[in-house]
Write a protein that binds this ligand. Structure first.
Ligand code: FES
Length: 310
């Protein structure tokens, strides 16, 4: 692993296999699980290098004071340290839209950078708006500032150069898709304005680093326990008010996949066969929810029993 510090708070890591072989291929917008630190914390980081380069993955990590430990552990790594990673996954890929508007807040630029590089390679029509507190805190700013399809916006400069949704995004266009990644406040603001401007949910694509306030907030159903039933065996498990469905499944030896544990990555998605789910995630679309998809790591139930296809 090679490391350089792009800003005082953002470290860039270039990862390669120790045997020199190629890594897995991936589509722009993908992320990897990285196992880090003495506690073997598993954290997700977006791949931000050109997607066609198979010898090396690039990730960039913000040393976030609100970190749950992962980013601090990453910043403690030195050049040459070894990391264990998992194959890339992607729930934030480019769509078939004719035009793409990429809206990045801070370190949220990482998945959008790989999208921009892929669109540059294929001659795709896009514009990247990259918002940061200041030039000094914007990783990759020097590479991007003269790019004709990129606009940089800094909080500490004039109001006129800040992201203006009316000017920079405008109203909905059936041939355009909007992609948003950044801190929660940035995402809520940008997505809220896009909805106000009439953008349909299907045209807005987002990836969060942590659960949104709405997801983390307790709902009426959080106060109650319920029962989860597995379709394969008919076994029922009580889910107490202070445990997630996923915790209960794991405590009972059920091999259910997961990664983030916060309703943001989609790794744990299962199908609900009966009952009324209380969706508490930031990853499923309305269509996916309507098809019965459910995140047992974060979501609960409005009905006394929820049957899962497991
Ligand atoms: S483990 Fe990431 S959404 Fe459930």
């Amino acid at each position: 692993m090679a490391r350089h510090d792009a800003t005082p708070r953002i470290a860039v890591f270039d990862l390669a296999r120790t045997d020199g072989e190629e890594l897995w291929g991936y589509e722009p917008g993908a992320h990897i699980d990285v196992q880090v630190g003495e506690l073997q914390l598993v954290r997700q980081y977006s791949l931000c290098g050109p997607p066609g380069v198979r010898k090396q993955y690039r990730i960039a990590v913000l040393n976030d004071p609100a970190s749950r430990g992962g980013s601090r552990a990453m910043h403690g790594l030195a050049e040459g340290d070894r990391l264990r990673i998992a194959a890339p996954r992607n729930r934030f890929g480019l769509t078939a839209a004719r035009r793409h508007i990429l809206l990045a807040g801070g370190i949220g630029v990482t998945p959008l950078l790989s999208m921009a590089q892929a669109l540059d390679d294929t001659g795709g029509d896009y514009h990247l708006h990259y918002c940061a507190r200041s030039r000094g805190e914007a990783a990759f700013a020097a590479d991007l500032e003269n790019h004709p399809r990129v606009t940089l916006h800094f909080d500490d400069q004039t109001v006129q150069q800040r992201l203006d949704m009316a000017r920079d995004v405008g109203g909905p266009d059936p041939e355009t898709a909007v992609y948003v990644c950044g801190p929660g406040g940035f995402m809520d603001h940008v997505l809220g304005q896009a909805v106000e401007w009439g953008w349909p949910a299907a045209a807005l694509h987002k990836e969060r680093f942590s659960a949104s306030a709405a997801t983390a907030e307790p709902s009426a159903s959080d106060a109650g326990a319920f029962t989860v039933k597995l379709s394969s065996t008919g076994t029922e498990y009580a889910v107490p008010e202070d445990q997630s469905v996923l915790d209960v499944l794991h405590a009972n030896g059920v091999d259910a996949p997961y990664s983030c544990g916060q309703g943001i990555c989609g790794e744990c998605i299962v199908r609900v066969l009966s009952g009324e789910p209380d969706h508490r995630d930031d990853v499923l679309t309305d269509d996916e929810r309507a098809q019965g998809m459910y995140t047992p790591c974060s979501s609960r139930s409005l009905s006394p029993v929820l049957e899962l296809e497991l």
